[in-house]
Design a protein around this ligand. Structure first.
Ligand code: AVI
Length: 318
């Protein structure tokens, strides 16, 4: 039997105000990338996943399709799937199909509207699975009631290489949180993007249709709408640059001119060329990721990759 009952552990909007003002008072200016994902940002991200240049989603889907049976065998027949950042419904559907209907599926996402609509859409397609959407910031601990997990093996699912959006220390904390939530018998299935030609990466994060530009600039629209800010959005250019020293794509919003912006009553000055650093997307080697996972208490057991070795899906146990 299915049920849709939202567990709401969402952060307060005052967190956005606090984090935006704190990030804009730093040098260089910065903002946690989780704020990219309001309802509009989540919709834009879904469009990014369909872009020709954005290879990660297609590569990950091909891995799930090609190795779904092996993945299902690794996770086992009786599991509760906890999906962190329940992005593209398609990946979830492919996984759940191969798992032959897990007992319960917990999509966890920070965007309430997006979470509820994708949970409702999934319920239509998979009426035999109990779906319990959890609105939460998964960079912080949250609990799942034992009564809902019902003794099943807890399998965390973290797709899309979202782990790459965090610094090493943050990644370790998130992976530790997953280990705590999943317990000693738990497991983790995670998508990890791999290092490749920087030209491929820069095209993936600065697409020819300008969808990633809109995704990045949406942060400023969001600040205008929610925090009474007055960003002139067209005066902030989207930049996506590969930083080889840190093996990561960096997204920035670059001020086109000297300008002053008011955010929640505070005046913020921008010099021409100054940027707000809005996102990192780290690209790993199999070794660098195994090392981070080990520092969080996880052991990589199996790695599957796509034909071009662009992307990996990895199975880990505690
Ligand atoms: C969600 N995350 C894994 C995406 C990435 O590839 O780092 C976010 C993204 N940013 C721009 N394009 C996609």
């Amino acid at each position: 039997m299915s049920q849709i009952a939202l567990m709401d552990c969402a952060p307060r909007s005052s967190d956005f105000r606090h984090d935006l003002l704190a990030g804009l008072s730093q040098s260089p200016k910065t903002l946690p990338c989780k704020y990219l994902y309001d309802e509009r940002g989540s919709q834009l991200f879904e469009l990014i996943c369909e872009l020709e240049e954005y290879y990660p989603t297609r590569a990950e889907i091909s891995i799930l399709q090609n190795y779904g049976a092996e993945i299902a065998e690794a996770l086992g027949s009786d599991c509760a799937v906890i999906e962190y950042g329940s992005g593209s419904g398609l990946k979830t559907e492919i996984l759940l199909e191969h798992l032959h209907a897990p007992n319960v599926y917990f999509p966890v996402d920070i965007s309430r509207e997006h979470l509820c609509s994708s949970a409702a859409a999934l319920e239509e397609k998979c009426p035999d699975i109990d779906i319990v959407p959890v609105c939460a910031d998964f960079t912080r601990d949250f609990e799942l009631p034992d009564s809902l997990v019902n003794g099943s093996r807890r399998a965390a699912y973290f797709s899309g290489s979202t782990i790459g959006n965090f610094e090493v220390d943050e990644s370790i904390e998130i992976l530790q949180g997953m280990a705590r939530l999943c317990g000693r018998d738990g497991c983790l299935l995670i998508g990890v993007d791999l290092q490749k030609d920087p030209a491929v990466l820069e095209a993936a994060y600065d697409d020819s249709e300008g969808v990633t530009r809109q995704f990045n600039q949406n942060l400023l629209h969001r600040a205008n709408a929610e925090l009474d800010a007055d960003f002139d959005v067209e005066q902030f250019q989207h930049r996506a640059i590969y930083n080889p020293q840190h093996a990561r794509i960096e997204m920035h919003l670059e001020s086109s001119c000297d300008q002053q912006v008011t955010v929640a009553g505070q005046k913020i000055n921008f010099a021409a060329g100054e940027t707000i650093h809005t996102e990192n997307s780290h690209k790993h080697t199999l070794e660098s990721f195994a090392n981070i996972a080990a520092r969080a208490g996880w052991q990589v057991k199996t790695v599957w990759t796509d034909d071009r070795q662009y992307f990996s899906v990895q199975y880990l146990t505690v």
